[in-house]
Write a protein that binds this ligand. Structure first.
Ligand SMILES: NC(=O)c1ccc[n+]([C@@H]2O[C@H](COP(=O)([O-])OP(=O)(O)OC[C@H]3O[C@@H](n4cnc5c(N)ncnc54)[C@H](O)[C@@H]3O)[C@@H](O)[C@H]2O)c1
Length: 325
């Protein structure tokens, strides 16, 4: 099969990673790199042996597009690509509001277009491994904390929380019935309505719960997920991409006379289901959806649930007037 000609929009942090993955792929070639910032766009284009353009041209000779521009720019770019019936992967979140996300997905649905959202953690080897281990989780906790990045204009819910909400839905196998959240606004450089911290509680049918903490005011990156089932705890470090399974056996006092604490726990380190970089696995999945080897409709349908939850979380933002009081 001929290599697909892929255009990449956005040459920033994430765009540079996509450029590397596309240019390393045997299934595709990086046909074009688009970014309004000429010096940045040209530099990344040259590094990966392709051409730079300041804006997206006609897509007649392009087989697929990846949009890794700033989130605020996703909506017009996605609509432009969809109107030319070109398969599309948009970085997460699809757009910075549920309404715009729904419009984009409806337009893709109407054409049955291959469409992915860059919910990258789905392809993390730790998550792929956990999925082979778990049966019926009833409790999930997730922590995603990052140091502050002034370039990100959206609040932490659309930027970071969306990943773990998507994972919780993915691992529980259902959308939550109830969403509760508290938002914190602390950093002087953040937009006034962009939260820095989001503490979220999701409740699923049957009573399963997920508690998810997202913050962009951390002093180090934390990406941890704990999945509780009847007889085990599966702990994931998504940054180190490792999985540990715990099974409690017994507990006692350390000295047998009530002092101290002693426990017996079986610890299992399973073999990972994959060791491939998540962005490469995601890109291969994108190619499979385009080639009809994976279900395009199911892929599109999997995107909205996390975006619906984030919309509900951000609806808890107090009005600016109320916060100033
Ligand atoms: N999946 C993930 O794990 C992950 C991680 C980081 C970022 N992201 C997402 O990737 C996107 C980009 O984030 P980033 O951290 O690379 O940001 P960034 O600021 O480093 O880069 C954004 C780039 O987009 C360009 N841009 C802005 N408007 C444009 C337009 N109209 N057309 C083309 N390019 C335009 C900017 O010039 C800039 O080079 C965001 O949507 C973000 O949420 C996803």
């Amino acid at each position: 099969m001929a290599a697909k000609r892929v255009a990449l929009v956005g040459a920033g942090t994430m765009g540079s990673h996509h450029a590397r993955v596309i240019s390393q792929s045997t299934q595709a070639e990086l046909a074009l790199l688009v970014d309004p910032r000429e010096s940045v766009g040209r530099a990344v284009a040259e590094r990966f042996g392709t051409q730079w353009a300041p804006e997206l041209p006609d897509l007649a000779d392009i087989d697929a597009v990846i949009v890794a521009a700033a989130t605020e720019a996703h909506y017009p770019l996605a609509m432009q690509v969809i109107s030319q019936q070109t398969p599309l992967l948009v970085e997460k979140p699809v757009a910075d509001s549920l309404l715009r996300t729904e419009e984009i997905l409806a337009a893709a649905d109407a054409l049955d277009l291959p469409f992915l959202c860059g919910l990258l953690e789905r392809y993390n080897p730790a998550i792929l491994t956990a999925r082979t281990l778990i049966h019926a989780p009833f409790h999930i906790t997730a922590t995603r904390h990052s140091p502050y990045a002034a370039r990100i204009k959206t609040g932490v819910a659309w930027d970071l929380l969306v990943h773990d909400v998507d994972l919780a839905i993915f691992l529980m196998g259902a959308e939550p019935q109830q969403v509760d959240a508290r938002l914190g606004f602390f950093h002087p450089s953040s937009e006034p309505d962009a939260e820095d911290v989001a503490e979220t509680l999701l409740e699923f049918t049957g009573g399963a719960i997920a508690q998810i903490s997202a913050s962009r005011l951390g002093q180090r990156k934390i990406r941890q997920v704990s999945i509780y089932e009847d007889d085990r705890l599966v702990e994931l470090d998504l940054l180190r991409r490792d999985v540990t399974v715990y099974h409690h056996i017994s507990e006692n006092s350390a000295d047998g006379e009530g002092r101290g604490y002693k426990q017996q726990t079986v610890i299992e380190i399973p073999e990972l289901a994959s060791s491939q970089e998540p962005l490469t696995t995601q890109f291969e999945h994108f190619m499979d959806v385009i080639d009809g080897k994976a279900d395009a409709a199911a892929e599109r349908a999997s995107i909205l649930p996390s975006h619906r939850v984030i919309d509900e979380v951000t609806s808890k933002r107090p009005s600016l007037v109320a916060r100033d009081r």
